[in-house]
Write a protein that binds this ligand. Structure first.
Ligand code: GP9
Ligand code: MN
Length: 643
């Protein structure tokens, strides 16, 4: 019998078309990294296997028309899922998770950003659908199949066997793949987008179940771990240095450390912050890491307020916005502090309105507190200069002492600026995102400077302590080529990638006079205990994972949300451990599978030891959140008992 395309049933044609399309999308539209030939192969086969599973179901429809209808609609819906993931990926460099789907308000608020994330050539994702659609309408008899029970069962068995093979190769190429859910790119690369989504749905239902089954007994392990591994015995010299003073916390949107003391076109990017850092009243941490996950700004807020890790999936502000917490605002309440957040964006963005109540924040000055017009807004809201300016009267009117957090917004992806606000020429490279990042950062720098000037005029300056912190990276790995050019490097190595996660952390204490640059490895998890110590507040029974940055006996490492970590000696990333400083790879890894010497063996052990702690710490923090375990502790009682 001669092979004739006209004889092929639609479910087979659809498998080939949709499979090829999906492969091309993975390969050329997403920037999925492929390290070896096995990964190339697995990425190539999984789209066809998933497509076969999807379309082969159609043979069970005995009505031929319904069979074809199922194929065309499933092709359309599945294509849309790829498209939605692609748009999301361009923004977050990650794939959609189920909790994120419930962040509909965020998606809607993306506004101008979302348009920049959709490209004309995305239409390619629907070309196969058009073909499938036309074929499904033409020759119904030729395109549909009428199988007997045995053939139906055989088709199903074949698709399940293919999937099982796919899963087996995936699991053997990276053991524990299915237990380490945070490695989403690896999951998609190995089992495909659709199977990943199924995996995600199952994982999410488990999360819901965990809260229902938690009974508080899990707290014991957490408390023991903290007692042994986190708690510092000594107080710092700066303990109480801000007692009774206001705290003015500036959450600087997308501010990365590499712009500090750096130049573009021969001009400083952040002249004000550079000068602030040099000030004798300023402590500047230049090895301070952001530890956020998918929740971006909200994750950085979560870290700061609770000194707990954000979740590995979704934004904890959304998924666990109704939990009990023991946040800064709740603790300092007893010392007579009230707490406020200023941020000129929709109040429900990141579910802040709900989460701030859970965190014990007294008042949230959101968008409606500001006079926002076409002239003074860009991107998602009010520009930073009018934002700070309009915040001053509020700040003057609230009762002191206060803890006030200001969340800036202008320096946000895609870093669009009005011509009149640009005072630093953009960089020149193949990435507009990086190019425009610099003038946007400069604008924020100027806005913060103006804010300081105004605060000095109002007299609030002397009686306040200032913190400036970058919330998370602004320029993602998608712009590495341009970044390497700017940073004068041949390429961005895995170590560079980790180091790019550094953000500025600045503590300015007017009148202190002992400021300096502190280069210890530190991170956002450490902010809460540091602030409490500055205020001279003991939260002895607090359950948290950070250290006072000014005191000794710190943990000595910073865990990133994906399980990577940085310690004095090591940088651990992508499953490999490197010596910090030299960048030398140590121990067994995918790239190097032998141990050279006795001393290297010791290093491997030391690195493994930290790795174990990091894994435990992230797990315990997740347990606290998933089980909503704080509901089993009455911190007021423990506080009283300690008085
Ligand atoms: C939105 C602002 C920026 O209100 O916090 O959000 P991001 O995308 O950086 O999380
Ligand atoms: Mn942000």
């Amino acid at each position: 019998m001669k092979f004739k395309i006209t004889r092929l049933p639609l479910y087979v044609i659809a498998t080939v078309l949709f499979g090829s399309k999906t492969y091309l999308a993975y390969r050329f539209m997403f920037t999925i990294e492929l390290d070896n030939i096995l990964q190339e192969i697995i990425l190539f086969i999984n789209p066809f296997i998933s497509a076969f599973l999807l379309f082969a179901i159609s043979v069970w429809f005995s009505n031929n028309e319904k069979q074809l209808k199922y194929i065309r609609y499933s092709a359309l819906i599945a294509s849309f899922i790829i498209f939605a993931n692609l748009v999301f990926y361009r923004q977050f460099n990650d794939f959609i998770t189920l909790p994120q789907l419930f962040q509909g308000s965020n998606m809607a608020d993306l506004g101008s950003s979302i348009l920049t994330l959709i490209k004309g050539y995305d239409i390619f994702l629907f070309t196969d659908v058009v073909f499938i659609w036309i074929l499904s309408k033409k020759d119904i008899a030729a395109r549909s199949v009428t199988y007997n029970r045995r053939r139906k069962a055989a088709t199903l068995t074949l698709s399940l066997l293919l999937i099982a093979t796919n899963f087996l190769i995936a699991e053997s190429s990276r053991p524990q793949l299915f237990t380490r859910g945070f490695d989403r790119e690896y999951l998609v690369r190995s089992i495909g987008l659709f199977n990943y989504h199924i995996y995600d749905v199952i994982a999410h239902s488990k999360v819901e179940g965990r809260r229902a089954f938690a009974d508080g007994n899990e707290l014991l392990e957490v408390q023991e771990y903290i007692e042994e591994n986190v708690k510092q015995k000594m107080k710092s010299d700066l303990y109480g240095a801000a007692k009774g003073k206001n705290i003015i916390f500036i959450n600087a949107e997308s501010l990365q450390q590499f712009v500090i003391n750096n130049e573009v076109n021969g001009e400083e990017v952040t002249p004000f912050l550079n000068q602030l850092i040099k000030d004798e009243d300023t402590y500047y941490f230049d090895n301070f890491y952001e530890q956020t996950g998918q929740g971006n700004t909200s994750d950085s807020e979560f870290l700061v307020e609770n000194s707990l890790y954000p979740l590995d999936r979704g934004a904890v502000f959304f998924t666990h916005g109704g939990n009990e917490y023991n946040a800064i605002s709740e603790i300092i309440d007893d010392a007579g502090y009230s707490s406020y957040v200023f941020h000129s964006n929709n109040k429900s963005f990141w579910n802040r309105d709900q989460m701030y109540v859970s965190l014990g924040i007294d008042h949230f000055f959101g968008e409606e507190a500001y006079d926002v017009s076409e002239d003074n807004a860009i991107g998602w809201g009010l520009k930073d200069k009018p934002f700070f300016e309009q915040s001053i009267p509020y700040l003057q009117s609230i009762e002191q002492p206060f803890y006030a957090k200001f969340i800036t917004l202008t320096n946000h992806f895609p870093f669009d600026m009005d011509e009149s606000d640009i005072s630093l020429e953009p960089y020149e490279s193949n990435s507009d995102v990086l190019n425009n990042y610099f003038p946007a950062v400069r604008y924020m720098d100027e806005a913060i400077e103006d804010f300081f000037i105004k605060l000095k005029e109002t007299g609030l300056y002397e009686n306040s302590v200032f913190v400036v912190m970058g919330d998370h990276i602004g320029v993602s790995a998608n712009h590495n080529k341009a970044l390497s050019m700017y940073l004068d490097k041949d390429e961005i190595t895995p170590i560079d990638q980790v180091e790019l996660q550094r953000v500025p952390f600045i503590v300015h204490i007017p009148g202190n006079g002992k400021g300096k640059v502190i280069s210890e490895v530190t991170g956002q998890i450490d902010v809460k205990p540091t602030l409490l110590s500055l205020l001279g507040i003991d939260a002895v029974d607090d359950i948290q994972f950070g250290n006072d940055l000014f005191a000794d006996n710190r943990k000595g490492y910073v865990a990133l949300r994906n399980g990577d970590f940085i310690s004095k000696k090591f940088i651990y990333t992508n499953g490999s451990c490197y010596l910090r400083g030299t960048g030398e790879l140590i121990g067994v890894s995918e790239e190097k599978d032998y141990v050279v010497s006795e001393s290297e063996h010791e290093l491997v052990n030391a690195c493994n030891e930290i790795n174990e702690k990091v894994t435990t710490e992230l797990r315990l923090s997740d347990d606290l959140i998933y089980g909503d375990l704080f509901r089993f502790i009455n911190f007021d009682l423990t506080k009283k008992a300690n008085q």
